[in-house]
Structure formats: C-alpha cells, structure tokens
Write a protein that binds this ligand. Structure first.
Ligand SMILES: Cc1cc2nc3c(=O)[nH]c(=O)nc-3n(C[C@H](O)[C@H](O)[C@H](O)COP(=O)(O)O)c2cc1C
Ligand code: SF4
Length: 349
C-alpha cells in the first residue's frame, strides 16, 4: 500500500495519513465572521472523507485584513465558540484541523474593509485603481500582535495547530516579495529585512500559544522578478522558520492559478531543493491529482502532499484514489469557478 495512507509525525503533531486539504476559501462564512451551516457541511464531508490534516480557508486576524465579506474571522474572543463547534465536529469524525490565519493586505476587498484604503508593505498598485498605503512600523507591530492573538484563539477553540499564510500575494507574501516591498527601513531590502515581519510574528505566536502547539507556515517559492535570487532567499526563510520551531512549510507559488491544464506538481523541484538545503519538513501543494503523483512527492524526499481543488470537486477523493481512480478536477484551465457560482461548489460537482 502507498505510504500516503500511513501516519506522518511532526515534532508536536501526528496526522493519520500524508494528505492535507490545502487552505481553501469557500466564500461561505456568515457575514459576522462565524462558521455557517453550509461550511459545517463542507468540513464534515472532508473529515468523513478521511483527510489527515484539514487546513481551513484563510481566517482574518483583524478587520482591516479581511479578504471578503464571507471570510471567517478570529480577531475577537467572540469567534471562539463558533470555531469550537467546527473543531469538535471534525474531531468526532476522526480528522485534525489547522486554522490558516491571514492578513489580506492590499488584496482586501473594499466591501470587506468598509471602503478603507487597504494596507501593504509599500504603496505599489496591485490592480488597476487599487493603491494601498504603506504600513507604519507601529502598525506592523500591531499586525504581529493580531496574528498572535488570533493563534491563541485558534488554540482555545480546539484547533490542532495554526498555519501563518505567507503566500499568494497577501500581506506577508508582499513583504517577502521585492516587487511589492520597496521599504527602506528594517522591513525592506535584504531577505533578512523582508522576512522580519514573519519572524517577529512567529516569535509572538509561539509566545502566545506555547512551545508545543503546532505552528506551520505556507509560503510561495517563486517570484515574478528576481526568481533565481528568490530561490536562495527561500532557503534562508525556511531555515529561519525552522529555528523558530515551525513544524513544516507548505510550499506553493504565486502563479498556481495560471498553470496549464495538464501540468502537475508545479513546485516540486524547487520545494525539494529548499527542503534539502534548509532541513525544514515540506508539504507540497499545487497540481497533485493521482496516487502515483503523491508517491512521487514522498519518494522525492518531501513530507506530505496537499490538495485544494480535488477536494472541492470530490471531498471523498481519498477513498476514490484508494480504489484506483484519479481526480476529476483537472485544474480547469481558466475555470477557478470553485464556490463562486450560486449554489455550485464546483462546475463538475
Ligand atoms: C477556491 C479556492 C480558494 C482558495 N483559498 C485559499 C486560501 O484561503 N488560502 C490559501 O493559502 N490558498 C488558497 N487557495 C489555494 C490552494 O490552497 C492551493 O494552494 C492551490 O489551489 C493549488 O493547489 P491545487 O492544484 O490542489 O488546487 C485556494 C484555491 C482555490 C481553488
Ligand atoms: S470549479 Fe473547476 S477548478 Fe474548481 S474544483 Fe471544480 S473543476 Fe476544479
């Protein structure tokens, strides 16, 4: 039998198999930030489908960092009870669940932040007409505190860990990306400076939740500008995360949504090299669709596989893979319609 179905151990947490459901925003939370009944149903299906590690969609750590009006939130203690219902249900169904915590930065939708100007490392236009303002040093310290407080609430709500989101163009991703970070202070320039906000956040998170509560990161491994340099920056960042007691890094890329329909294992080679050079365990995400591809990831020296769209399309995909099928979700080139069409989670569902 494939090693995929065996348990995987990290220093402070063990998952019953090597498969994660990658963080997937379902745009279906209640507008007040609590978990909706629709979401309870989605997570129930994932837990019953046998996923070892369910990573939630990204949760907002503060009101100005909210992505969309249906995103779940963890910026106040009042959210703990609703999240506790979710974690209890997942545990009753035999799975584990990790909360992804995020600040949307310049990608926060206007409606989600009351029409305020979004924030970023620097005032660099992110989309036509969307010009964020640069965070001050005091605001950076506040964002770090917000992450730590949200992580503590996740622990109090019964999550099995937290994942700090540093990928996909949100606030921390922009800080580590030289194309978006033009700062001249201690948070811009060298990789040490660009990663400083993440390091300081991880230190504060660890102090808040205690040394044994599992903390993960998700990080992009490539960059539009200076990609070769970014590959070596990545090794620095993973080593720094390892030194701070991070269990593992989930490795993604900025361009996951633009990959050709038939491409697979988008970031395998870079993730493999970064794991080898840094020593930090790596969870690979992006374009993994068959059991053979999952085996290839583990045989290549990586620690776990993570999938998003296949679980949108077929929450019971693990059982299907065991029966010799492959994913129906072929990464629909130009589709990405997941959850966004009324009443439909997936165009193929
Ligand atoms: C509908 C949708 C929502 C997503 N939401 C998140 C999210 O909240 N946080 C995150 O880190 N990645 C998010 N992603 C990216 C996935 O986690 C994953 O990295 C990407 O889809 C590539 O994996 P896949 O080829 O298995 O889909 C989302 C992807 C989709 C399709
Ligand atoms: S809507 Fe398209 S991309 Fe999303 S899960 Fe379904 S098939 Fe895959």
């Amino acid at each position: 039998m494939s090693k995929i179905f065996e348990e995987v151990r990290f220093p402070h947490v063990t998952f019953k198999n090597h498969v994660a459901r990658s963080a997937t925003n379902d745009y279906a939370g209640n507008e007040d930030g609590t978990v909706s009944e629709f979401q309870m149903g989605l997570y129930r299906e994932l837990a019953q489908g046998g996923v070892g590690m369910i990573i939630t969609g990204h949760y907002a750590v503060c009101p100005l960092g909210r992505n969309d009006i249906h995103q779940n939130a963890l910026w106040d203690d009042s959210f703990i009870a609703s999240q506790r219902r979710l974690t209890d249900m997942v545990h009753e169904n035999g799975s584990k669940i990790v909360a992804q915590i995020n600040h949307a930065g310049a990608k926060a939708q206007a409606a989600a932040i009351g029409g305020a100007q979004p924030v970023a490392p620097s005032a660099v236009e992110v989309a036509p007409g969307v010009m964020p303002r640069a965070l001050t040093a005091e605001e950076i310290a506040q964002v770090e505190d917000d992450f730590a407080a949200a992580a503590l609430r996740a622990k109090q709500a019964g999550f099995d860990g937290v994942q700090v989101h540093c990928a996909h163009g949100y606030l921390f991703s922009q800080f580590i990306d030289p194309a978006h970070n033009k700062r001249a202070d201690a948070y811009g320039g060298s990789v040490e400076n660009r990663f400083r906000i993440v390091e300081e956040t991880l230190r504060k998170v660890k102090a808040a939740v205690g040394g044994t509560f599992p903390v993960f990161i998700k990080i992009h491994c490539n960059a539009v500008e200076g990609d070769a340099q970014f590959a070596s920056d990545l090794v620095y960042m993973l080593k720094a995360a390892a030194a701070l007691g991070v269990e593992a890094a989930e490795i993604s890329g900025f361009d996951f949504a633009k990959q050709p329909r038939d491409k697979r294992l988008y970031y395998m080679e870079r993730a493999r090299r970064a794991r080898e050079a840094s020593g930090l365990p790596v969870i690979l995400v992006g374009g993994i669709r068959t059991l053979a591809e999952m085996d290839e990831v583990l045989d290549g020296g990586l620690d776990m596989v993570s999938l998003s769209r296949p679980f949108v399309c077929q929450p019971d995909i693990l059982k299907r893979l065991q029966a010799g099928e492959s994913s129906k979700c072929i990464g629909c080139f130009g589709c990405f319609s997941c959850y966004q069409k009324t009443g439909k989670r997936c165009v193929l569902h």
